[in-house]
Design a protein around this ligand. Sequence first.
Ligand code: IMP
Length: 430
Amino acid sequence: MSSKKNVDLLVGAQWGDEGKGKVVDMLGSDVDVFVRFQGGANAGHTVISDGQKVVFHLLPSGMLYPGKLCVLGNGLVIDPEQFLNETGELFAKGQDRARLAVSPHAHVVMPYHKMLDKLQEEARGKGRKIGTTGRGIGPCYVDKYSRSGLRVEDLLDADVLRERLTYILDEKNQIFTKLYNQKPLPFDEIYEPARKWGEALAPYVDDTRALLRKAVDDGQHILLEGAQAALLDIDHGTYPYVTSSSTSAAGAFTGTGLAPNDLTRVIAVVKAYTTRVGEGPFPTEDFGEDGEKLRANGGEFGATTGRPRRCGWLDVPALKYSMELNGATVIALTKLDVLTGMGGIKVCVAYERDGEKLTTWPNDTRSLSEIQPVYETLPGWDDDITNCKTFEELPANAQAYVKYIEKVLNVPVGLIGVGADRNQTINRGM
Ligand code: IMP
């Protein structure tokens, strides 16, 4: 067994859409195994390579690298239709050489999960909606924890599938008809496609925990690719305005079967400002011209739903919380170029509530909607930075902004994104 482990965990540090796909893709040439461990097709990881844009919802962003092992771990909720669409598109483009392994223990997002997701959102009504992506994520995780889910392995055996689906669907149909006044779903309309999905998935199903264990022990470079982000974590995020999985570092272990001491680095991806899609508190949201400008300059529209993202400034107490939660060892700072021409750059350093100053992220969601950000303004820059290749080429004020972030968060910034393309990245020793 090699004593040298090489396992990177990459997590979003804010509310998602930090540009994780690009960072994974950028680090990818050196990676042997790419792994997703939580969430499902609610993610939207955009990768732009050689001017070509590819959006991954379910597959690891490393799929663009030929010949690398890509793993969908047990912590995922897999929508087989989405899986087949995404693999189909890649294969049609000739990018079929990546090896893909799917855990038999991952849960399956069934059509009734997507229906329930939408019905539950409607039922929550105005003011209570979560703003989900409608991909069936919450209802599928509910079934996992209530032990009425279907796992990938259940799709592989037609008899097991029939037996399990019979009682599961019966329960779902009670909910559809009695609670939501909907028509029941006919068994065959659910069973037949699911059986075919099983056949299509079968070649990819493997003991992913054992594969990963061996890869770690062989010293292979593994990249655990988090989806969503710390402030959307089911336990530690802005509940109930969160997703239904463990999006912060801890989720990587339950979601793969690897152990905490396998990790060598935790890369926190931080966008140079803040965005949020969906409902929920967002203390530094800017409702004025600056917010509009950030949205326009940053192309802040959801990769999964196309929704305009809410935009605002960097939130230092939120990020300190996120760094602690994730045990971040290095930051990948993305979209610094979007701040070019913004004038002064506001940074939230504390909050105020009823005349009281808070310097840490509040522990209860309710007070998050009552606090007001306290800003410092740092000097901005106007020079185009999209062609900068080194830190020293950045304008002095852009360098100062990066150094400020390192100082207040006490975590080094190892990568700086200055444009959408894989090559528009300044590497400071990662
Ligand atoms: P769900 O994950 O579809 O249940 O949605 C729950 C919340 O998480 C909503 O506010 C979504 O907008 C948000 N969310 C889910 N996936 C992402 C993502 O990949 N980026 C940003 N927000 C997300």
